[in-house]
Design a protein around this ligand. Sequence first.
Ligand SMILES: [Zn+2]
Length: 102
Amino acid sequence: MTDQKRPATEHVRCAICGTPFPDPEFARNYPNLVCRECDGLALTGGGDKPRHESAYDDGDNPVFIGGIKCWRRYRFGGFVTMRDSYNCGDISEFYERHGRVG
Ligand SMILES: [Zn+2]
């Protein structure tokens, strides 16, 4: 839908638990951003803890939080996790369909 077209004043909330982000300016840069707490529950499709290769800005994708498919963007030795609303095949399709904000 048009979920990502939010007014600038609206609180940006975790796409899974709905908790408002303490830093909405950051959160607004990513469609369907997931908070750290939910992110801690992420598992791979095989049910393992997701692997994160911080030295290479790489790791497992997609990941699943309570069975909800999410994509991770790995960069600068860290990552952000975003909820997939359309069951995308890869992260490029994710960005295409969710609209990159900012
Ligand atoms: Zn959350």
